[in-house]
Design a binder for this molecule. Structure first.
Ligand SMILES: Nc1ncnc2c1ncn2[C@@H]1O[C@H](COP(=O)(O)OP(=O)(O)OP(=O)(O)O)[C@@H](O)[C@H]1O
Ligand SMILES: [Mg+2]
Length: 254
């Protein structure tokens, strides 16, 4: 498979503070789904922000569709099809579902928007039929899961090649998470590439071709295919100094 996104030796951080991302190597092939898991503060959102152009890289290279992204603005990256869904359900609460989707499309297609929207809106509504029913309802009145659907819909109308998703399961009930992940699986089948970050791998394991564990800004483990070694994941996720369950039990019994 051809690489759509290639990240090599990436370092990044905020202000004058130390790096929060250290020597990250990552590849997303055309049509692939790649997952990154890590605890609070591991650097997951920072990684996506660097890719979307919201946080500058301190060193390293990012190539998208074969050309470097070094100086491209967030909107230039968006126009090239690198689309990020930030953490939380980002919708404009005072606009209707349909207005949310139309506004997102305008940022991508300043001209000729209407004709493209006529093609993509039905696609979003087919993926999430509940949004078709609620298209005239204010987005702020929707449930968390429905807002996440609008948020995904907003990303889709901007015609992504690679979707960067920051904890799409955050704050949602398990049944709603299933629905969201089902939709990501459908999108993947249409050829869309995905890079998804989460705090746990339960859902990602089914969706993704590979998973990377991120800890304190470093990739500590990469898997091809499904995860079958929980202990290796645990230690990559928490670090080797993390006490094992047996030690914790022993310590608390003394
Ligand atoms: N705007 C910021 N200014 C300074 N430091 C920041 C900023 N945003 C994040 N950080 C720091 O960067 C590190 C990585 O944070 P990041 O938000 O990328 O983690 P995360 O893996 O997304 O965590 P979470 O699961 O809580 O969302 C943390 O140490 C955090 O304190
Ligand atoms: Mg985060």
């Amino acid at each position: 498979m051809t690489a759509l996104l290639e990240v090599r030796g990436l370092r990044a951080g905020y202000g004058s503070a130390t790096d929060v991302l250290v020597d990250i190597d990552l590849t997303v092939e055309e049509g692939a789904a790649i997952g990154v898991i890590g605890a609070n503060g591991a650097g997951k959102s920072s990684l996506l922000k660097v890719l979307a152009g919201l946080l500058p890289a301190r060193s390293g290279e990012i190539e998208f569709q074969g050309s470097r992204l070094a100086n491209e603005s967030p909107s230039a990256r968006l126009r090239r099809g690198l689309v990020m869904l930030p953490e939380g359900h980002r919708v404009i609460r005072s606009l209707t579902v349909e207005e949310n989707l139309r506004l997102a499309a305008i940022s991508r297609w300043p001209r000729g928007v209407r004709s493209r929207l006529d093609e993509v809106l039905p696609m979003v509504f087919d993926l999430f039929p509940v949004l078709r029913e609620r298209r005239r309802q204010l987005a702020g009145l929707l449930s968390g899961g429905e807002q996440q659907m609008v948020s995904i819909g907003r990303a889709l109308v901007s015609n992504p090649r690679l979707l960067l998703l920051d904890e799409p399961s955050l704050g949602l009930a398990p049944v709603v998470i299933d629905r969201i992940y089902e939709s990501l699986g459908i999108l993947r089948q249409t050829g869309l590439s995905l890079l998804v970050v989460e705090q746990n791998y339960t859902r990602l394991n089914d969706l993704c071709d590979r998973l990377h564990v991120l800890r304190l800004g470093k990739v500590t483990l990469s898997t091809g295919g499904g995860i079958d070694n929980d202990e290796a994941i645990r230690s990559a996720y928490f670090g080797h100094e993390e006490p094992s369950a047996a030690t914790i039990r022993q310590n608390t019994e003394e």
